[in-house]
Structure formats: structure tokens, C-alpha cells
Design a protein around this ligand. Structure first.
Ligand code: PAF
Length: 274
């Protein structure tokens, strides 16, 4: 695996592989099996897999969260080496953002609900950094996890509007045995919350079992109350998978989304309901 840290080296390497199909896996590091499943999906579908590790400051609405974001670079490099990733890009903030081309995109309110509502400016930062990466790496495919489903919809729209050559591939959420969705943030969860975090997936499963469109609002309320019994929820909402609106028919595709805190650690998860 080649590791590059600056744009000059990145461009040099990418020039050599310009005849290959490139798969891109953007990450913020502290890799877990969920990330590795994205890498494997890329390796299966493309000739050349590029992974980035970059904790992007512009997508954090909370300085504390940014400062405490877990970093495990040596372990990440060894995991990616084992997966035989072709190229790892670990950019520097100043240089990365100095290559930014300003973009304008209407996200059709996808960025106004759920995470967009609760983490102001979060998706502006995600769209900025992913656009920079797409411009530099010019992948044919980018691989994203279902746990960040809203991010997947937003990046899909970004690709459709401004990077039409990039196909976005959604890969399933990886879960611990307890059902807890894998996340780099899990590393910071205190052991005393292990019983409670198990209940999060049980609650999503409960919601799925009890879903029908008629009782949607009531079910949201019940789930929010149940969630409050073992964590500090920010939201529990049932929305359409296709555009995150909350009106529609049973024949539409629906999903439950939640963000909740265990101590200081804020986790998100979602489940397809039908
Ligand atoms: O999902 C993430 O880890 C980040 O939001 C991403 C896509 C790498 C952009 O910084």
C-alpha cells in the first residue's frame, strides 16, 4: 500500500493509474470492520482502491467532539495494509482546503432535518470535503455506510448534480454482536453503558415490528419515550428513505432515524422499516 500525505504525491500516483477504475472510501480513521467492509466492496468492484483518513474540522459543530475524535493512525495503516488497499491518502488540512473549488448546490432540504437540524453546518462541511476529494481523486465509485444514511443521500445528490461520473455505493451497516452499529465513536463509550447501547438496536427492531404508516407519529413518540429510559435522545423520527420527507403512503419506503447520547457520546443509527 502506498501512503501519500501531499497533493503533489497524490497527483503523481493517480497519473500512473489513470487507466484504472478507482474506488474511493472516505474515512475519518479509527477504522473498524464497517470501514473494512467498504474497502472490500471497493476492491471487488474496482481496479484500484483509495482510502482517505482525514478528521475534517469543518463538519464538526462542537469543538470538544472534534478535539476528542479518536485517532489510531498506526493501527489504521496496518488494517488497510492487510486489506491490500492500493493507496492511502492522509492529507494536511491547510493543503487540502487550499485546493477547494467553491461549489453551489441545493440539497433540497435533505440537510435541514435530522442530523442537519441538530448539528448546524455539519453537512456543509461534509459536502465541502467530499467535493475536494472527488475533484482530486476523480473516482468512478465512492463507498459509504448505511449507518450514515442521510450523509449517503446528500453525497448521492452532490454526485448527481456536480460529479456525474462518480457512482455512490451504499454498503450495509456493520453491527456488534449486541446490535450496536459500528462507529469510531464507540471506542469512547464507557463500559458501564454496554447494557444500554444494546437496547438501541432492540428499540429500532421494535419500531420496525410495529410500523405501519397510520400510527407513525404515535410510534415515534413511544420510541422516543422508550429511548429516554436508557439514554438522552435528540430525536427519533420516521421518514421516507428516498427524500427524508415525513408525508406519504404505506407503499413508500420508510426508515426510522435516531440520535441519542450515552454519557458524552452521541450515537446515530437508522433502520429500514418496510
Ligand atoms: O462519514 C465520515 O466518516 C465522514 O463524514 C466523511 C464522509 C469521511 C467526510 O469527512
Amino acid at each position: 500500500m502506498q501512503v501519500v500525505k501531499n497533493l503533489q504525491d497524490l497527483n503523481k500516483v493517480l497519473k500512473i493509474v489513470s487507466n484504472k477504475s478507482i474506488g474511493f472510501v472516505p474515512t475519518m480513521g479509527s477504522l473498524h470492520r464497517g470501514h473494512l467492509s467498504l474497502v472490500r466492496a471497493s476492491k471487488k468492484k474496482t481496479d484500484y482502491t483509495v482510502v482517505s483518513i482525514f478528521v475534517n474540522p469543518t463538519q464538526f459543530d462542537n469543538q470538544n467532539d472534534y478535539n476528542n475524535y479518536p485517532i489510531n493512525l498506526q493501527n489504521d495503516i496496518s488494517l488497510l495494509n492487510n486489506e491490500e488497499v492500493d493507496l492511502l491518502f492522509i492529507p494536511d488540512y491547510e493543503e487540502l482546503y487550499s485546493s477547494e473549488k467553491l461549489i453551489k448546490i441545493d440539497l433540497h432540504n435533505l440537510d435541514k432535518v435530522l442530523e442537519g437540524k441538530h448539528r448546524k453546518g455539519h453537512f456543509d462541511g461534509v459536502v465541502r470535503v467530499v467535493s475536494i476529494f472527488f475533484n482530486l481523486i476523480k473516482p468512478q465509485y465512492a463507498f459509504l455506510g448505511e449507518k450514515d444514511y442521510q450523509q449517503y443521500l446528500i453525497i448521492s445528490l452532490l454526485a448527481k448534480e456536480l460529479f456525474e461520473k462518480v457512482k455512490i455505493i451504499l454498503c450495509p451497516t456493520f453491527r456488534e454482536e449486541s446490535g450496536l452499529a459500528m462507529s469510531s465513536r464507540n471506542l469512547r463509550l464507557e463500559a458501564k453503558y454496554s447494557k444500554e447501547t444494546k437496547k438501541l438496536f432492540e428499540l429500532l427492531t421494535y419500531c420496525k415490528k410495529n410500523f405501519d404508516v397510520e400510527n407513525r407519529k404515535k410510534l415515534e413518540q413511544i420510541c422516543f419515550e422508550k429511548l429516554s429510559q436508557f439514554s438522552s435522545p435528540e430525536y427519533f423520527e420516521i421518514r421516507q428513505s428516498v427524500d427524508l420527507t415525513n408525508e406519504g403512503e404505506l407503499s413508500d419506503k420508510w426508515r426510522a432515524f435516531t440520535a441519542t447520547k450515552f454519557g458524552d457520546i452521541r450515537l446515530i443509527d437508522n433502520i429500514a422499516l418496510n
